[in-house]
Write a protein of this length. Structure first.
Length: 501
C-alpha cells in the first residue's frame, strides 16, 4: 500500500518485499464519481504495478469488495511477518487500518508525500493564536529556506497579490501533453464507461497515468504557462479550465509527483524561462503554503470537521450541478460543464462561482463538498473538505478564512469574460433580468447579519447594506426568494455518509 512513486520504496528492496495493491469495489461505488477520476486512479495503479514488476517486485494485485477484505485475504494467503503501510491520506481509511492493526501485523509509517510531517503541523498549530495560512506560509518559507535571502523574503515582500489580479489575457497557451491511452488505460476506460450511476464520460480520457508522463506535464506547464501564472491566477475564461494553472494537483495527490520536487523544478524553471518573481512566488505559495496548510488543518480538525455548518444551511444541491445544460447563469453553467467534461476547473471557478453560488443560495456545505469530491479528478477528502468547508463556504465559522469568499456579479464580471454572453445583466440589481449574484449577495449578508456583522473585514459591506433604501431591501428579499424557490431540486444521488472502504 503506497502512493505511486518508486522513490518512496527505496528502503524496501524487491528481495525482501512483496507489494500489496487493492482495487476496492466499495471505494469506487461510494459516490457517483466522475468517470475520468476513476480511470485516472485505476489506470495509474495498474501502470504502477507494471513498474514495480519491471524493477523486480512481486505484486499481489487484488480486486476485492472492500479494502479490509483485501488485506485479510493477502494475510491469509502469504502470512507475512509484517505488513507496512504509509498512513493513509484520509481519516476514514486511517480508521479502517487502525482497526485492522488489532488482528493483523500491520504497522503504519509516516506518510512521506508531504513536505511537513503531520506532527510538525500540530506543533505549529498549538503554538498559534489563530491558524491563518499566511502565518503558516511565512513560517514554512523560513523553515525550508525557500525564496529567502538573509532571513528576508526574496524581493523584499512576502506576497505579490497586487500584481496578481489581472482579468483574463487575450493570448492562448499550447495544450498540455495529453497522452494517447495505451491498452491498460483503454481497458479501464471501457469498464468504467459501461458502469451505471457515474458522472461524465471516460471516452475522451487523455491524462497522464505514469510518473514519466506527469513529469512531462509539469515541464510543459513550466515552459508555457508558468510566467503568466501570477498575473492571471485569479482570472477565468469560458471553456478554459486551465488558463494559466497547472493541473498538477491530480498528479501530486496520486503520489506521481512529490511537492518538494515540484518546487525544486519550479525554482530551476524560473531561471531557465526568466519567470517573474510574482509568478514564482504565487506558485510556491500554492504548494508550500496552501497545500501543506490544508493537509495539516484536515488532520488537526478531523473528525469533527465534517460536521461544521456555521450558517446552518440545509438546502440540497440544485440539479444544475449534475445537469448544467438548463442553467441560465453563464458563469455557473460553463464552470459545471467544464467539470462534467474534464473533471476539472481551476481554483477561481471552484471558489468564486461554484461555491459562491452554493453558499449564497443556502446549500448544505457537506452536499457541496461531496459533489466536489465526486466530480474532480484531483479530489480526495483530505484536500476538498477543508477547501469547501473552510475556505470556500466559511462553514467552519472562520477557522481557515478570515471572511467568507462571497461576491456579487461585479467580481465575476471583472475577472472573467462570462457576463457579456449571459442572459442576465450584471449591471442590474433588481428584477427578473438582474444578475442573481447581485441580489443573492446582499440577501445573504442580511440573513447572516448576526454571524458576520462583527467581523471587521465585513464592516464596509454592512455599512453599504445599511445605506440601502427600504425599497431596495424589499426587492433584494423578493428577488432572492423567487430565485431560490425556482432552483431545480436535486434527485438525491448519493448517500450522505461516505463509506471509506
Ligand atoms: C471549493 C474548492 C475545492 C477544492 N478541492 C480541491 C481538491 O479536491 N483537490 C485539490 O488538490 N485541490 C482542491 N482545491 C484547491 C485548488 O483549487 C486546487 O488545488 C487547484 O485548483 C488545482 O489546480 P492546479 O493544479 O491547476 O493548481 P495551480 O493553481 O497550478 O496550483 C499549484 C498547486 O498548488 C496546490 N494548491 C493550490 N491551492 C490549493 C489549496 N487551496 N488547497 C490545496 N492545494 C492547493 C495544488 O496542489 C496545485 O496543484 C479546492 C479549492 C476550492 C476552493
Ligand atoms: S451576469 Fe451574473 S450570472 Fe451572468 S455570467 Fe455574469 S455574474 Fe454570472
Amino acid at each position: 500500500m503506497c502512493d505511486l512513486s518508486l522513490a518512496e520504496l527505496k528502503n524496501y528492496p524487491p528481495a525482501d518485499t512483496r507489494i500489496l495493491m487493492i482495487e476496492s469495489q466499495r471505494k469506487w461505488q461510494a459516490l457517483p464519481f466522475h468517470r475520468k477520476k476513476l480511470v485516472l486512479g485505476i489506470s495509474a495503479m495498474r501502470h504502477f504495478r507494471l513498474e514495480l514488476e519491471q524493477v523486480g517486485y512481486e505484486v499481489d494485485y487484488r480486486h476485492e469488495a472492500d479494502f479490509a477484505s483485501g488485506l485479510r485475504a493477502h494475510f491469509q494467503q502469504y502470512r507475512p511477518p509484517q505488513i507496512l503501510a504509509f498512513q493513509p491520506r484520509e481519516w476514514g481509511m486511517q480508521q479502517i487500518l487502525t482497526g485492522l492493526t488489532k488482528d493483523l501485523p500491520l504497522l503504519l509509517l509516516p506518510n512521506p508525500f508531504y513536505i511537513l510531517p503531520r506532527e510538525d503541523f500540530i506543533g505549529w498549530a498549538n503554538s498559534q493564536k489563530n491558524l491563518r495560512m499566511e502565518t503558516f506560509y511565512r513560517w514554512m518559507r523560513q523553515r525550508e529556506n525557500i525564496l529567502m535571502e538573509k532571513n528576508r523574503p526574496l524581493g523584499g515582500r512576502w506576497n505579490f497579490d497586487k500584481e496578481n489580479r489581472k482579468p483574463p489575457p487575450e493570448r492562448t497557451y499550447p495544450d498540455p501533453p495529453y497522452v494517447e491511452p495505451d491498452g491498460i488505460t483503454r481497458a479501464v476506460m471501457e469498464t468504467i464507461q459501461a458502469l451505471p450511476g457515474l458522472w461524465g464520460s471516460a471516452s475522451d480520457f487523455r491524462l497522464p497515468v505514469t510518473r514519466a508522463a506527469a513529469m512531462d506535464w509539469m515541464e510543459h506547464f513550466f515552459r508555457w504557462r508558468f510566467a503568466d501564472f501570477g498575473p492571471y491566477e485569479d482570472a477565468m475564461r469560458s471553456s478554459d479550465p486551465l488558463l494559466t494553472h497547472s493541473l498538477l494537483s491530480a498528479f501530486l495527490n496520486l503520489g506521481l509527483l512529490h511537492p518538494r520536487e515540484v518546487i525544486e523544478h519550479a525554482l530551476q524553471a524560473a531561471q531557465q524561462y526568466a519567470v517573474p518573481l510574482n509568478s514564482l512566488e504565487g506558485f510556491v505559495r500554492q504548494i508550500l503554503g496552501w497545500r501543506e496548510y490544508i493537509h495539516g488543518m484536515y488532520w488537526y480538525q478531523m473528525p469533527d470537521y465534517r460536521r461544521v455548518n456555521y450558517f446552518e444551511h440545509q438546502r440540497a444541491l440544485p440539479r444544475w450541478y449534475w445537469e448544467p445544460e438548463e442553467c441560465e447563469l453563464a458563469c455557473l453553467r460553463d464552470s459545471i460543464q467544464m467539470v462534467k467534461q474534464h473533471g476539472f476547473t481551476h481554483h477561481i471557478h471552484r471558489l468564486m462561482v461554484l461555491s459562491n453560488f452554493a453558499n449564497l443560495t443556502g446549500i448544505h456545505p457537506l452536499r457541496l463538498s461531496e459533489w466536489f469530491w465526486a466530480g474532480f479528478v484531483d479530489a480526495y477528502e483530505w484536500v476538498e473538505l477543508p477547501n469547501v468547508l473552510g475556505m470556500a463556504t466559511y462553514a467552519d465559522g472562520g477557522l481557515l478564512a478570515s471572511k467568507p469568499y462571497i461576491s456579487s456579479g461585479s467580481y465575476i464580471n471583472k475577472m472573467s469574460n462570462y457576463c457579456a454572453a449571459c442572459r442576465f445583466d450584471v449591471n442590474k440589481k433588481q428584477g427578473e433580468d438582474a444578475c442573481p449574484f447581485n441580489y443573492l449577495y446582499w440577501d445573504f449578508l442580511e440573513k447572516q447579519r448576526e454571524k458576520l456583522m462583527y467581523n471587521p473585514r465585513m464592516a464596509v459591506m454592512y455599512r453599504l447594506l445599511d445605506q440601502k433604501t427600504n425599497e431596495e431591501r424589499v426587492s433584494i428579499r423578493r428577488d432572492s426568494a423567487r430565485f431560490i424557490t425556482r432552483l431545480p431540486e436535486d434527485d438525491d444521488r448519493y448517500p450522505f455518509e461516505y463509506d471509506a472502504g
